[in-house]
Write a protein that binds this ligand. Structure first.
Ligand SMILES: Cc1ncc(COP(=O)(O)O)c(C=O)c1O
Length: 450
């Protein structure tokens, strides 16, 4: 890279970035955060309509979180994770209480990928230790993202994320997710929900029910294009998994802690998982922290004598980190005290209503989402639902940025289907900020017609 063009020499290898494209186009360099805004080195305010990477739920610049981190660092900055500390113990209890679980156990890590990877290992060891030694396969869905490690990337259903990394982990299968907008025209939404659940059941049957360990699914797919399932889908999935002794892992890495207008995404469908995974909203990105929460019957399968090797044989240096746990607890307090879940619901409705005024635009296929997890599917032919070309969709995102609003697109996920604009701003969003986001999208769509 020609670092001469940079104000400061820059040796960062950026994720998901073609560095050649940066030669004449310096990436945004952010120096400060304030509420829903990021402030760059030139002092310009950019509305962070993606809450960082779906995580800064309580907004930027929270001094109370900084204070908690400072206090905890001074008191106890680190402890080996086989020992315990107050913040981690308190946080584990808080999470079970929030999940309405009387019993259960919480395994802490530092990222969503680790939380999911941990869940995969737990389900395999669980089945081995409960007599179903052949149950090792994990089913996930096309389009979903579950992380960047080899196993979580294998579970990810996005072909473009995997190029160059093969061979991936063995023992993973994919089924199609509900996608009401692109369902077969002859099916009602409910029939489509049942059809997708049936795909799952057929896959379990064809693979051999005694070989399938678990499914991993987000309550609604986020990074894969904001896909909201029909209401009958989740209850049906739960029923099928119970029938075949297949554990349900719900990836709440994005949807947890208020993002969808409920504290947890699964609350929309009244269905519980055997294992939940969380990250992002747990500490609003102020500290890296994640969790894998299991029901007590799963935990109990790991009980035994030390030399039986039945215990969960994984360690994460930063698991149950005192500072990250303390910040997470304070973050949860803020979410509750400031009614941010309710605000996500209310502002999500408001944004959807305003976005709906764009429904007749020739390039707008569908506007969808829940709470402050919103997507606009772009098409080049509305009747045929032809996905908009990636380059054109990208220009729309870039034009929003030129207006001071940072949104995302599901780029480099599924070949030819990087056509969904994604908005997931901090949950503290106010009407004026929602207006600014919708106005930027609206202007960019108008420009796209010229
Ligand atoms: C649904 C989902 N699961 C897991 C992950 C992985 O989280 P992390 O990037 O913290 O490893 C992500 C990241 O965006 C995600 O969206």
């Amino acid at each position: 890279m020609d670092t001469q063009k940079m104000k400061t020499p820059d040796f960062l290898w950026r994720p998901m970035t073609q560095h050649k494209a940066l030669l004449n186009n310096r990436p945004k360099h952010i120096v400060r955060g304030d509420g829903c805004f990021m402030i760059n080195e030139d002092g310009n305010r950019i509305l962070d309509a993606t809450a960082g990477l779906w995580c800064v739920n309580v907004g930027h610049g929270r001094k109370e979180l900084a204070q908690v981190a400072k206090d905890q660092m001074e008191k106890l900055a680190y402890v080996i994770p086989v020992m315990t500390c107050d913040p981690a113990v308190e946080l584990s209890g808080k999470m079970l209480e929030m999940l309405d679980m009387e019993k259960g156990h919480v395994y802490f890590t530092s990222s969503g990928s680790e939380a999911n990877e941990t869940a995969f290992k737990i389900v395999r060891q669980y089945h081995l230790q409960t007599g179903s030694y052949r149950k090792t396969k994990i089913i996930s869905r096309h389009r979903a993202y579950h992380g960047n490690t080899l196993a979580t990337m294998t579970a990810t259903g996005q072909a473009e994320r995997k190029i160059g990394f093969e061979p991936l982990a063995p023992g993973f299968l994919h089924v199609p997710p509900p996608y009401p907008y692109r369902r077969h025209a002859k099916l009602s939404i409910e029939e489509h929900g049942l059809e997708c659940a049936k795909f799952l059941e057929d896959t379990i049957i064809h693979e051999g029910e005694d070989t399938v360990a678990a499914v991993i699914m987000e309550p609604m797919i986020s990074g894969g294009g904001v896909l909201v399932p029909p209401d009958n889908y989740w209850p049906e999935v739960r029923k099928i998994c119970d029938k075949y002794n297949v554990l349900v892992i719900m990836d709440e890495v994005v949807s947890g802690f208020g993002r969808t207008g409920k504290m947890f995404g699964h609350e929309h469908w009244g269905v519980k998982a055997d294992i939940f995974t969380f990250a992002k909203g747990m500490a609003s990105g102020y500290m890296p922290i994640a969790a894998t929460v299991v029901k007590e019957n799963i935990f109990e399968a790991f009980y035994g004598e030390a030399n039986e090797l039945k215990h969960f044989r994984q360690v994460n240096t930063y698991g149950g980190h005192p500072v990250a746990s303390a910040v997470s607890l304070k973050n949860i307090e803020i979410v509750n005290q400031e009614n941010l879940v309710q605000n996500a619901d209310k502002m999500g409705e408001y944004m959807r209503e305003r976005l709906n005024s764009l429904a007749d635009h020739p390039y707008v296929g569908e506007i969808r989402g829940k709470g402050l997890l919103l997507g606009v599917e772009l098409v080049s032919d509305k009747d045929k639902k032809t996905p908009m070309e990636m380059a054109q969709a990208n220009t729309i995102v870039q034009n929003c940025l030129k207006q001071g609003v940072s949104i995302m697109r599901n780029g480099f996920t599924i070949p030819g289907l990087g056509n969904i604009l994604i908005m997931c701003p901090p949950l503290i969003l106010q009407e004026s900020e929602a207006d600014q986001i919708v106005d930027a999208v609206s202007n960019s769509l108008k420009q796209a017609l010229n």
